[in-house]
Design a protein around this ligand. Structure first.
Ligand SMILES: *Cc1c(COP(=O)(O)O)cnc(C)c1O
Length: 230
């Protein structure tokens, strides 16, 4: 399959998974994860109607947003920063990322708030939760989420919109269903500190997005199944 066919097939599967779960397909946003792929490949996928693109390295986000911006009226582009961010790079995603998926500490939240104040800007953020508990992963531990949300919700320029998780690697997507269900349940327990309606849930990648949608994902992050192997 070429990229056009792959994108089409993924969209179909997203729609089917949403309908099967009794949800509206339009409630699920597909983020095409374009990390490591060149601007040319992004423009190709955008020409098939894809709007949201995900990057996980700040340098690459800067390069690509400098080159492509928010696209054109006929071909709009929206950038999502889905990777870990160092505090000293906080300034680099402001004005570039429409949604930051990896807010993983109060210290990073404070660095963003400080920088946002300088720029008189706000940033929509998802709090990354380490549901799988793997030590190698970033993210707030579930047991600390309540306390972390108390701190973060005082940073008025850091708009808490929801939550993100990276599920454990699994051969069978059913194996990660409990992690996704846990993120949804956790989100409900702290949803009073989320702005603009029910929490957004960013979960699900190429191998497990259908399960994620059944468990309530509002954003799925899909790279290789659209762009090809990295
Ligand atoms: C790379 C990446 C993805 C996409 O992974 P694929 O397996 O290519 O679909 C999703 N989320 C994050 C945070 C990533 O870094």
């Amino acid at each position: 399959m070429n990229r056009s066919e792959r994108l089409e097939a993924i969209r179909d599967r997203i729609d089917q998974a949403a309908l099967k779960a009794g949800r509206k397909p339009s409630d699920v946003t597909l983020i095409a994860v374009s990390k490591t792929f060149p601007e040319k490949a992004i423009l190709e996928v955008a020409s098939y109607g894809q709007v949201a693109f995900g990057e996980n390295k700040v340098q690459e986000l800067i390069r690509k947003t400098d080159a492509l911006g928010t696209g054109t009226r006929d071909m709009p582009l929206e950038w999502h920063h889905i990777g870990h961010l160092q505090r000293n790079k906080a300034k680099d995603i402001i004005g570039r990322a429409a949604l930051f998926h990896a807010l993983d500490s109060v210290r990073l939240g404070r660095a963003l708030q400080q920088r946002l104040a300088v720029e008189e800007a706000v940033l929509d953020c998802l709090v990354q939760v380490n549901v799988s508990g793997e030590v190698s992963k970033f993210g707030v531990a579930p047991a600390e989420l309540d306390a972390v949300m108390d701190e973060l919700c005082q940073l008025e320029r850091v708009r808490l919109r929801g939550f993100m998780t990276l599920a454990s690697p699994a051969l069978d997507p059913e194996d990660v269903r409990p992690e996704m269900a846990q993120l949804r349940r956790l989100a409900e327990t702290v949803s009073d500190r989320v702005v603009d309606g029910p929490p957004l849930l960013s979960m699900g990648m190429s191998g497990d997005f259908e399960v994620a949608i059944q468990e309530g994902a509002t954003h799925v992050r899909i790279g290789s199944a659209i762009f090809g192997a990295r």
